[in-house]
Design a protein around this ligand. Structure first.
Ligand code: 5GP
Ligand code: MG
Length: 480
């Protein structure tokens, strides 16, 4: 196989033999369909902001600007305090902001790190749709911080309003109508989407679509992306064995909704469906138990690809044993940076080796000094050794002081190297999957829940349909 670049690869947490996968399911938004995130999130931000003002929030809010580069996925929102947090895999809050004000170490400790961490107190920014939502929350919190008393609500109440109005914006057409009016402004074509689907079909896999988007939106977006792109698959439906819209994930995996058949292309009329799912028909709703039964497949024969760790991955894997591929779009850029910054990482590792060596020397000197002092205090020592002892202790202490200073300088240099490297990924939050050199909470979740992960679903085209994807993650620290 050709040597793949990092951003072209699929990473394996759990070994999967592709030969035993009968069907591959795809989520639509941010999995098959990529969005121009700046344009899309800007639209969602401003459409929702309009609803705030229409519902009595100050007119001045209209001047709030959307910053596409502040919020990243994996952060936690503390709705009660109006804070945004980056947390490591050990639940330690490494970076925190109140609106746009950064919290110092003492504030982080007081609010979070010196207390028990209850994940339920926070919301995770885990979908792309949540980025604009969180950005708007942070802007309003910051407005409240700068203008005390102008909004007579708690941060929790503001978040509740936000949730209601962003939810409405997704349903009342204020976002989707605009996307469909100018698809080229909002939708990005993955140039390898068609090749990837065709390769999987040629490899004997059945393909299905399982999306939370409704029929009208799904049909329009998929038509834009896939119609007339391949001579054998003229219509987008031709690629898919089963098509399920308005699936309501994660409830698709936990609930008992029936399948409805979508009867007409134009108005999406629904009819309760009974009996096996008919290939090429379009279904609405449903649930995973019925899906497996009606399509005669078992969980471990299905590989589901999605971008939402909670909605697409966790439940499907935990409850149905579906194999899962998480698409983490941001890794496309992060991996390119990781490759470019490899020399910096090596420099950090070398500096850490020097630091460890210095630490050992400092420790040895401290032991030596306390050993000398103990012997000096001993009643068996010879009196004439006094002056020799004082000279020796002074020498050792001077040496220790020198080494401690060098160690401190080395420690600061490492911190600086790590921070400079992190800022290349994101000036505020650093690398998506890490905090400093350790896994971030998001990185840890990906490792725990996704069997596979990659930056684009089209990475699948680099692998054969009977490939054995092997995991090396069971290497433990003592193996290295
Ligand atoms: P999927 O990723 O499963 O293909 O679908 C995502 C769908 O969920 C999109 O149609 C998107 O508009 C919708 N969506 C994302 N966030 C929200 C939300 O907060 N409320 C509602 N009602 N829909 C949402
Ligand atoms: Mg999605």
């Amino acid at each position: 196989m050709q040597k793949l670049k990092k951003h072209q690869k699929i990473y394996v947490n759990r070994s999967i033999n592709m030969a035993s996968i009968r069907s591959l399911g795809f989520d639509m938004d941010h999995t098959l369909v990529l969005y121009n995130r700046v344009n899309f999130e800007n639209l969602a931000f401003h459409e929702t902001l309009k609803k705030f003002i229409a519902n009595g929030y100050p007119e001045e809010l209209a001047s709030l600007k959307f910053d596409p580069n502040f919020v990243i996925r994996g952060l936690l929102v503390d709705r009660e305090r109006g804070n945004l947090l980056k947390v490591d895999a050990h639940k330690y809050v490494k970076v925190a902001f109140h609106g746009h004000m950064k919290l110092d170490k003492a504030a982080r400790s007081e609010l979070y790190n010196s207390r028990g961490f209850k994940a339920d107190d926070f919301l995770t920014v885990d979908t792309f749709f949540a980025l604009s939502e969180t950005q708007l929350y942070i802007e309003i919190v910051d407005y409240m911080r700068r203008n005390p008393g102008k909004i007579q609500k708690t941060f929790t109440e503001v978040y509740k309003d936000l949730r209601e109005w962003i939810d409405l914006s997704h349903q009342d057409g204020s976002i989707k109508t605009k996307v469909l009016m100018e698809p080229s402004k909002y939708i990005v074509r993955d140039p390898h989407l068609v090749d990837t689907l065709v390769k999987l079909i040629d490899g004997g896999k059945k393909i299905f679509l399982l999306t939370n988007s409704d029929w009208a939106y799904t049909n329009s977006v998929m038509t834009y992306l896939l119609d007339n792109q391949h001579e054998e698959f003229q219509q987008w439906q031709d690629y898919f064995e089963y098509i399920i819209v308005s699936a309501g994930k994660p409830n698709f995996f936990t609930g008992t909704n029936p399948f409805y058949e979508v009867m007409t292309e134009q108005d999406g009329l629904l009819k309760l469906h009974r009996g096996p799912l008919v290939p090429k028909n379009v279904y609405h709703g449903g649930n995973a138990i019925l899906f497996e039964k009606l399509t005669m497949q078992k969980g471990d024969q299905i590989l589901y690809c999605g971008d939402h760790i909670y909605g697409d991955i966790m439940r499907s894997k935990e409850l149905f044993n579906w194999r899962t591929l998480l698409v983490v779009e941001e890794l496309y850029d992060d991996f390119k940076k990781t490759e470019k910054l490899q020399p910096e990482l090596e420099k950090i590792m070398e500096a850490i080796t020097v630091e460890e060596d210095l630490q050992a020397q400092v420790q040895a000197l401290r032991s030596n000094i306390s050993n000398q002092e103990r012997r000096h205090k001993s009643k068996h020592r010879a009196k004439q050794d006094e002056s020799k002892f004082l000279v020796r202790i002074a020498e050792l202490q001077a040496e220790l002081k020198g080494k401690e200073e060098t160690l401190e300088t080395q420690h600061k240099a490492i911190k600086e190297l790590i921070s400079t490297r992190e800022k290349q990924f994101h000036p505020v939050w650093g690398e998506l999957m890490r905090t400093s050199l350790e896994k971030s909470r998001f990185g840890k979740q990906i490792e725990s829940y996704a069997c596979l992960y990659t930056s684009r679903m089209s990475a699948l085209r680099h692998y054969s349909c009977s490939e054995k994807l092997r995991s090396y993650r069971d290497v433990m620290p003592h193996d290295l």
